[in-house]
Ligand binder design. Structure first.
Ligand SMILES: *Cc1c(COP(=O)(O)O)cnc(C)c1O
Length: 260
């Protein structure tokens, strides 16, 4: 009830902002970079179209790739058009932000599948297991054990991906490529978690193809089907390398208004 009320308020505020901006346009220099109106449903269908095209080009079956619409930093009102268009698979990178946004949206739109795509601390494992259906960011033994313990306690079994730091970048999350087999063995074989596959975020300033190929190789040798790779700039290429989950944000919702 409280959530629905908060949601209705956010909606009204949004409408008011749009109205105000119509009535008195801000000077050009003060305008946000993001266009005030992004056609989310049009962007969504264009992305789905591109995905189907990339699947065909790669000789993969239609529907082999799931579009995870990344709604991080966007408010419920911005996500609504994607839900209205029938999309149900969404990605968030912060547990707390998702907790504030999704319970109300889920109550209004049954069938939502929520993916955690951002780094996870063990003290958030309980909340993550309670809220998310798929967790893409298992990158060390400690987090695998914390998630497993919570899954046992809550009798919930979200699927997980093991995140690999394919570019071995210091600032980036993910296990080293050489540690992948051991982490998969721990999560899947020792703890009995449902390991769907591997996930990566390649270095931003290099062509991603060799990194997609590396993740595909690591997954194959571990007998894993799932490959979570490809973002707005490179999802078609990721599909050529077997991506089963592409995580697309700005191409659907527009440029993010706030820092992540
Ligand atoms: C934000 C984010 C995305 C989406 O990025 P876009 O370039 O906006 O499509 C994908 N994956 C992860 C892990 C992210 O944090």
């Amino acid at each position: 009830m409280g959530d629905c009320f908060a949601y209705a308020c956010a909606r009204a505020k949004h409408a008011l902002l749009l109205y105000k901006s119509d009535a008195s346009p801000a000077p050009t220099s003060l305008r946000p970079e993001r266009p005030l109106v992004t056609d989310v449903s049009e962007n969504l269908s264009a992305a789905l179209h591109q995905i189907r095209r990339a699947e065909r080009a790669a000789g993969r079956p239609e529907g082999a790739t799931t579009l995870v619409a990344v709604s991080k930093t966007f408010d419920a009102v911005d996500v609504e058009p994607a839900l209205a268009a029938g999309h149900r698979v969404f990605g968030e990178n912060r547990v707390q932000e998702a907790q504030g946004k999704w319970p109300a949206l889920r109550a209004l739109h049954p069938g939502v599948e929520l993916h955690l795509i951002g780094p996870l601390q063990s003290n958030k494992a309980a909340d993550a297991v309670a809220l998310f259906d798929v967790i893409h960011t298992v990158d060390r033994p400690k987090i695998a054990r914390a998630l497993h313990a919570e899954m046992e306690r809550q009798h919930r079994r979200p699927a997980v991906f093991v995140q690999v730091n394919v570019g071995e970048e210091e600032q980036k999350a993910g296990c080293a490529p050489a540690e992948t087999d051991a982490l998969v063995a721990l999560a899947r074989d020792e703890l009995g978690m449902e390991v769907a596959g591997l996930m990566c975020i390649p270095p931003f300033d290099e062509p991603p193809a060799p990194y997609f190929a590396l993740l595909q190789k690591l997954a194959r040798r571990n007998g894993l089907e799932g490959l979570s790779m490809g973002m707005s700039a490179d999802y078609a290429e990721a599909i050529a390398f077997g991506a089963t989950h592409v995580r697309v944000g700005s191409a659907i919702f527009g440029t993010r208004p706030k820092p992540e």
